[in-house]
Design a protein around this ligand. Structure first.
Ligand SMILES: Cc1cc2nc3c(=O)[nH]c(=O)nc-3n(C[C@H](O)[C@H](O)[C@H](O)COP(=O)(O)OP(=O)(O)OC[C@H]3O[C@@H](n4cnc5c(N)ncnc54)[C@H](O)[C@@H]3O)c2cc1C
Length: 441
């Protein structure tokens, strides 16, 4: 009997379990919920999205869009669920987070080869069973200590923040208008809250002087990840920074004036029905009462009920270069794989993609087959190579999918970034299709 053990039923773990089971391997999937939750996980379902409900761009000429398409063509469970539970969000792929998690939970639980164990894993026995550790950036303390002490892996960390969610029924719609920036996507995708200069100035002054929550037990060296920077940290960089960032008014005409506003806050639907809205780009570390006070100054949100306040969390990952191979297996113990955010990939889709790559190879190893190496001309393969080598800078940082890490094209492309992205995508998808045709993925 061939067996793979997967620890953590998050985005990477579910994808790894699925890919292994698809290859005829029995899978034991361990998840500590519902008995225990990380500070960011709130539900008992699998593949819970802890912050935004967006899986970002869906266009293949964009790096994360390409990664998604490679995954679709590799029979990814995460992508199947995302496509089935999609909510309108312009050219981005956003999902109804509850339906997304339910879909994956059902598929995993009803798969004949996957057995789910609801318990925290604190160490991995060295019994020869191929194992994938996919316990995420908030891995429980006991397992995190075991990884550091027993495997001798040094860990790095940064801080990540989540945006608040408000009840759609408590927004003042007289102060809001539906529109997608530059008319891309459906007009109902985003609810926009325009501000005058006076409103913006008052809001800005309140934001930069608001009280932040305390971080407990931290070492003071607060490193925030640029891609998920708290709105108050961004605001502190200058009075107009937000107007060029999450509050930019361009491409949005206010129906009542026929002009652009001075600043705009965008809300994105969290569910199909529009009962919940996420404040786009408003990840924050303000104390909860301060969030209510300061964000309540945004026109339309004076009476808003916060269903979830923004929070900030430590985000831990392994210093992977030289330690993990490009298939995410541990060099010193190759039957042990890592997957997800803890390997140094950054983002929901990237985490799931590493689970896909690790899951394929964990199954192959359990079956006594050679590992499958995905070429660096594919985004999935390029992410694995980045984790193996750490890129050129020598300063290993969590990495989103981007065309800077994929093998360069050996010819010039006219027409700018988008045209070049389309060429990368064409090349990558041809490789994926060929491998699929050969029964490899
Ligand atoms: C606060 C926060 C906000 C984020 N926001 C975004 C965002 O908006 N967009 C984005 O693209 N990315 C975001 N990320 C980054 C990243 O994409 C997510 O963390 C993503 O969920 C990582 O996927 P994963 O599979 O590696 O881990 P997770 O999805 O976290 O899955 C890990 C699973 O392992 C379980 N587990 C943990 N320890 C144990 C144990 N010892 N035994 C058994 N089970 C265990 C957990 O309960 C969980 O179910 C955010 C991260 C954090 C921390």
């Amino acid at each position: 009997m061939s067996l793979v053990r997967v620890i953590g039923a998050g985005l990477a773990g579910c994808e790894a379990a699925w890919q292994a089971a698809r290859r005829g391997v029995d899978v034991e999937l361990y998840e500590m919920k519902p008995g225990s939750h990380t500070p960011a996980h709130k539900t008992d379902g699998m593949a819970e999205l802890v912050c935004s409900n967006s899986l970002r761009s869906n266009e293949v000429s964009n790096a994360v869009g390409l990664l998604k398409e490679e995954m679709r063509r590799s029979s990814s469970l995460i992508m199947e669920a995302a496509d089935k539970t999609r909510v309108p969000a312009g050219s981005a792929l956003a999902v109804d987070r509850r339906a997304f998690s339910d879909y994956i939970t059902d598929k995993i639980r009803s798969h004949g080869r996957i057995t789910v164990y609801e318990r925290e894993v604190t160490e991995i026995p060295d019994d020869g069973t191929v194992t994938v550790i996919a316990t995420g950036p908030l891995t429980s303390d006991a397992l995190s200590d075991w990884i550091g002490e027993t495997l001798g892996l040094s860990k790095l960390h940064f801080f990540d923040a989540a945006a608040p969610i408000v009840d759609g029924g408590t927004i003042d719609y007289d102060r809001a208008f539906f529109a997608s920036r530059y008319g891309r996507g459906e007009p109902t995708d985003y609810l926009n809250l325009p501000m005058t200069k006076e409103e913006y100035d008052a809001f800005y002054d309140a934001l930069v002087s608001a009280r932040v929550a305390e971080l407990h037990g931290e070492d003071g060296g607060l490193t925030v990840f640029e891609g998920c920077m708290p709105v108050e940290v961004m605001a502190a960089r200058g009075r107009d920074t937000l107007r060029f960032g999450p509050m930019k008014p361009v491409g949005l005409t206010v129906p009542s004036t026929g002009r652009e506003a001075y600043a705009v806050v965008q809300l994105r639907r969290e569910d199909e029905a529009g009962t919940m809205y996420n404040l786009v780009g408003f990840q924050t570390h303000l104390a909860f009462p301060e969030q209510k006070r300061v964000f309540g100054m945004i026109p339309g949100l004076a009476e808003a009920e916060f269903l979830r306040y923004g929070v900030m969390h430590r985000n831990t990952y392994i210093n992977s270069p030289g330690v993990l191979s490009r298939t995410y297996s541990l060099r010193s113990r190759p039957r042990l794989y890592f997957a997800g955010q803890m390997t140094g990939v950054e983002g929901y889709v990237e985490s799931a993609a590493s689970g896909l790559y690790a899951g394929i190879n964990a199954a192959r190893r359990a079956l006594g087959m050679d590992e499958l190496i995905l070429p660096v001309e594919t985004m999935t393969g390029a992410m694995g190579a980045y984790v193996e080598t750490g890129g050129l800078s020598g300063d290993f940082q969590p990495m989103n999918a981007n065309f800077g890490i994929i093998a360069p094209l050996d010819y010039k492309v006219r027409g700018g970034k988008r045209a070049r992205g389309a060429e990368y995508a064409k090349r990558a998808l041809e490789i994926i299709d060929k491998m699929k045709g050969e029964g490899l993925i």
